[in-house]
Design a protein around this ligand. Structure first.
Ligand code: GCU
Length: 682
């Protein structure tokens, strides 16, 4: 019933899925829901409510009192009657589910919602078909829930095919073309639909010539992918190069103010949407780490973004303009430049200048997807701009899918971070359009799948993909509950498996933090080994702006206003004061904000140096524990999977010991302070 390119195919997909399980399905009009003759013929009724259902219409009257999952959204829901004031119900992505008189019903506000309602049924399993349950509604808080693939069309000599990819080759591309066997993509599209992802960008943000051509010669390949994603409610996006009018169009400039450049982008957009009517838009990394951008023409990021935005606006397209901009040619001797400041310094002054179909995509932290970072102050600084928050599902800095590192708890903390203090809007609120300016962007993350037999290299890394989708849907979901869902859906109901996996995974992010860079200082990763494994001074005298400044007396980066780089001043209250002072700065971010002596006493009561020793020894002990717990699952999970996880845990343990020994030894040699518990240092 819901017309349009997405609607029809989604409905077909839902029908196919239900019938594959031997179920029957009726997808019909709201009135059918109250027609007992039609309804009883089916175990499950999936129903697309009419978008503009009238207050008090048959379908609306049928619903029972509704539980509000996101308190505050619905102003009036009265007993048995959900009238037109309940706007979210008739949103394209909203559904209700409940059970009465032996019949389970999903009412959906649109085709995507129907799909989400179906997956919600699957997630609920048996419980959706036993006792009566009141109709409960659900809808995503984020309007755009996106995965960005850093996939190249060919194998890059340094990065491999997928930049920061740890799961084999690209599931889309092979040797410069779309793969001929796209069955993995079909499975992936279904998987994304099942966790509520509604946007996917199919190539690397670092756009080489071959990838740039997806916009022109390669468009048929993109159209084919869009066909696969469409039935699962996922819109397709491309990463494009700002330099395309020159490199692809043969123009002498890519200046946003040049009419020929503007025309080039308009024609490019017209071509794309003529071929793919529901195409999403473009993702762009400009003037960042060597990618071309507007600076070359004396223009700024708003000029650049609006150029593209105007080309795609007639088609309803969106531009995701990344805020990951900093000086990647810094001289380490230059103590006045602080990379953490860069995104704010570049973007905050441009607030209000971006067109309404531009979303500025901001990394969650000011540096680069570290295991622990402060939240980016940009997220609080641009009320007149649509902002998306970018996370990294691929585990570049968190163990590269060799280490178990369940990131749900980290993202939950980040998305729930109250930018203006305890009761104010959170990071997720700003992204969802519930911040001060009321403009919504969404959330995006770098994907972690590839051609690997287990999809993610580490079989347990798929939990991160799952948790990302679910938290993008609703950031208030408990990450441990989400893990529970994932375990049940993936491994079935065996309680021994569930409890072992919780033991291995629940705290794995904090364990990883324990044995890697301490107290929020970040990096200390190997530059020569693609950020895998320790190299305490690996980046210390480099051009990348990621320093820890350890000397014989102390360690950490002074980002205070009083004596440091002034970065703390980019935060609103209370955080600018909280982070400025040692007395209030949280332990886990201490070295991110302050340079302190080794004897500095943390809020925990430990000294910095003793904390470094204790956490690193503890981290390795916890990994030893993980290995032992996993070993008990032999025979209870698939053999191949058991072997793969066992191998990876072996590597994790080796690597954790290496981290521990290098970090503890480094700081012992620098400080001369022994471990008070007398453990082995080298
Ligand atoms: C990190 C990562 C790069 C990536 C960049 C980005 O720096 O190491 O591989 O290109 O982020 O987000 O654009």
């Amino acid at each position: 019933p819901d017309a349009g390119p997405v609607g029809g195919t989604v409905v077909t997909e839902v029908r196919r899925a239900v019938e594959a399980f031997g179920g029957s399905v009726t997808v019909s009009t709201p009135e059918d829901l109250v027609d007992p003759d039609r309804a009883v013929a089916h175990d499950v009724v999936l129903l697309v409510a009419e978008r503009a259902a009238q207050p008090g219409s048959a379908a609306m009257r049928h619903t029972e009192p509704v539980q509000d999952p996101h308190a505050g959204l619905v102003t009036a829901v009265t007993g048995g009657d959900l009238d037109g004031t309940a706007g979210p119900l008739i949103g394209e992505e909203t559904f209700l589910r409940g059970r009465r008189d032996g019949r389970t019903t999903v009412v959906a506000g649109g085709s995507r919602a129907l799909l989400y309602g179906l997956h919600d049924l699957v997630r609920a399993g048996e419980t959706a078909f036993t006792a009566d349950q009141p109709m409960t509604w659900d809808l995503p808080t984020q309007p755009i829930r996106m995965l960005d693939h850093w996939d190249n069309l060919t194998v890059h000599p340094v990065m491999g095919q997928v930049e920061r990819g740890y799961a084999g080759g690209s599931i889309f591309w092979s040797e410069g073309r779309l793969r001929t066997d796209l069955s993995r993509v079909e499975g992936y599209a279904r998987l994304l639909g099942s966790i509520g992802i509604n946007a996917v960008s199919v190539n690397n943000v670092n756009v080489d010539l071959l990838e740039a051509r997806l916009l022109t010669e390669g468009l048929e390949d993109v159209a084919r992918l869009a066909e696969i994603f469409r039935p699962h409610g996922v819109r397709t996006y491309l990463s494009v190069s700002f330099g395309s009018p020159r490199t692809l169009g043969g123009l002498s400039t890519a200046d946003p103010r040049d009419p020929a450049v503007q025309r080039w982008w308009t024609e490019a957009a017209d071509r794309v949407w003529a071929r793919i009517p529901d195409f999403g838009g473009f993702v762009i990394k400009a003037d960042s780490e060597g990618q071309p951008g507007p600076f070359a023409y004396g223009r700024d990021h708003a000029d650049g973004a609006n150029l593209l935005a105007r080309a795609v606006a007639p088609h309803g397209g969106t531009i995701f303009w990344r805020a990951f901009v900093y000086d990647h040619q810094q001289d380490w001797r230059d103590r006045s430049t602080d990379r953490a400041r860069a995104a704010y310094d570049h973007f905050a002054p441009l607030d209000g200048r971006f067109d309404e179909n531009v979303v500025v995509q901001v990394k969650h932290g000011p540096l680069d997807f570290q295991t622990r970072e402060a939240v980016s102050p940009v997220i609080a600084a641009m009320p007149r701009t649509r902002l998306a928050v970018e996370l990294q599902v691929t585990q570049e800095y968190t163990g590269q899918q060799k280490h178990v590192c369940y990131l749900g708890p980290w993202w939950s903390e980040l998305l729930g971070f109250p930018l203006w203090g305890t009761r104010g809007p959170t990071v997720a609120d700003v992204a969802a359009g519930r911040g001060p300016g009321g403009l919504a962007g969404g959330v995006a993350a770098v994907s972690n799948v590839g051609t690997d037999e287990f999809w993610c290299g580490h079989p347990l890394a798929q939990a991160n993909l799952y948790a990302f989708g679910r938290l993008a849907w609703d950031a208030s979901l408990d990450p441990v509950d989400l893990l529970d869902e994932w375990i049940r859906l993936t491994f079935g109901e065996d309680p021994a498996v569930a409890s072992a996996l919780h033991e291995v995974m629940d705290e794995s992010w904090r364990t990883y933090e324990d044995y890697t860079a301490p107290l929020g200082v970040g990096f200390m990763v190997s530059p020569t080994n693609q950020h895998y494994g320790p190299a305490v001074d690996g980046y210390e005298y480099s051009r990348w702006g990621t320093y820890h400044f350890a000397d014989r007396d102390g360690v950490g980066v002074d980002r205070t206003r009083a004596t440091g780089t002034g970065y703390t001043g980019q935060y609103p209250e209370p955080w600018s004061e909280t982070y400025e002072h040692l007395e209030t700065c949280p332990d886990e971010l201490l070295l991110f904000f302050h340079h302190v002596p080794y004897g500095h006493v943390l809020h925990s009561g430990s000294t910095v140096i003793q904390h470094i020793y204790d956490t690193h020894f503890r981290g390795v002990e916890r990994v030893e524990g993980m290995v032992a717990v996993w070993a008990e699952l032999e025979g209870r999970v698939d053999d191949g999977l058991f072997v793969r996880v066992t191998e990876r845990l072996g590597e994790q343990l080796r690597s954790a010991r290496e981290w521990r020994d290098q970090i503890t030894t480094y700081f012992w040699r620098k400080s001369g302070v022994p471990d008070e518990r007398g453990r082995r240092l080298y």
